[in-house]
Design a protein around this ligand. Sequence first.
Ligand code: 5GP
Ligand code: ZN
Length: 138
Amino acid sequence: MSKEDCIFCKIVAGQIPSTKIFEDDTVLAFLDVGPLSDGHTLVIPKEHYEKLHECPSELLGKVGSKLNKIAKAVSDGTGCEGYNVLCNTGRASGQLVEHVHFHIIPRNSGDGVFDRWPAKQYPDGKIETIAEKIREKL
Ligand code: 5GP
Ligand code: ZN
């Protein structure tokens, strides 16, 4: 998706309205219009990058450095018992808007959000093989 067609770039530019909760030179946080729970918030870098791993460290650092403050405000403001921070990356993960964003999803016991968490077990030896493949890419 090009920057020109990006919904979140249009929100940053003020071409699409949003309910903002935080803004500085590089970071914007606003409420998700299709919330999984009340106060579901999206935190984005204002600059357009599609995937988390394409985002330069310095920019990601600036976004990350605001996550705690915004998460506390979401938590205190909604009175939720907990929250999930989620960054869907790629279609397979559920990423629909191709502009890096972090969801902050307020959670309460029994709310039914993410009820399915299909954890598996590694067969013998596989965990080390996979770890090695990942380590050699670092
Ligand atoms: P993704 O599935 O890409 O991780 O999440 C994109 C999120 O953006 C969805 O939860 C969706 O509800 C939200 N979203 C899509 N379009 C808009 C919009 O125009 N305004 C706002 N505030 N949120 C949007
Ligand atoms: Zn964008």
